[in-house]
Design a protein around this ligand. Structure first.
Ligand code: FEO
Length: 166
């Protein structure tokens, strides 16, 4: 729960950084994602309550330092998703060790979600790389910012793709 809350704060922080730098499209994309991460936190909270567990609401660690560039921002987003995936895999492992199959089953939604989130983050990195990476100039960043305003929140995961709809 706290890890998802932390992910939400990370997106909130980077979105604020992007807005401050005038990248409103990137900010909009990251703000929307902050809300999505908070929904993930709520999903876990509701599951704990449903299973008669005790919810512990704890302090959320502060997000990492501000990015130094759009390229760095997307690298940090990707790293944050990788960290989150590791935590989710830890829970999957734990549920398996404890033969808690209800939780194991519940966690599969998050395993699938992380595939999408990592894809989304990799897509961001691919876009900034095409735009020139750290050397991306004003025009390229302007176009990227405009495009991200329209980017959907969910990336299609490979396992949902079909030959007719790749
Ligand atoms: Fe809820 Fe991006 O992990």
């Amino acid at each position: 729960m706290t890890k998802e809350a932390h992910a939400s704060q990370v997106y909130l922080s980077y979105a604020s950084w992007a807005a401050d730098k005038g990248f409103d499209g990137i900010a909009n994309f990251l703000f929307r994602h902050a809300a999505e991460e908070r929904n993930h936190m709520m999903k876990i909270l509701e599951y704990i309550l449903q299973r008669n567990g005790k919810v512990h609401v704890t302090a959320i660690p502060a997000p990492d330092a501000d990015p130094v560039s759009v390229n760095n921002c997307f690298e940090k987003v990707f790293q944050s998703e990788i960290d989150n995936t590791k935590e989710i895999y830890n829970l999957v492992n734990l549920s398996m060790e404890e033969k808690d199959w209800a939780t194991w089953n519940f966690m599969q939604w998050f395993v699938k979600e992380q595939i999408e989130e990592e894809t989304l983050a990799l897509n961001l990195l691919a876009k900034i790389k095409i735009a020139g990476g750290e050397k991306a100039g004003g025009d390229a960043l302007y176009n990227l910012d405009r495009d991200l305003e329209k980017e959907p929140d969910e990336a299609k995961s490979a396992e949902d793709a079909t030959t007719a709809n790749p």
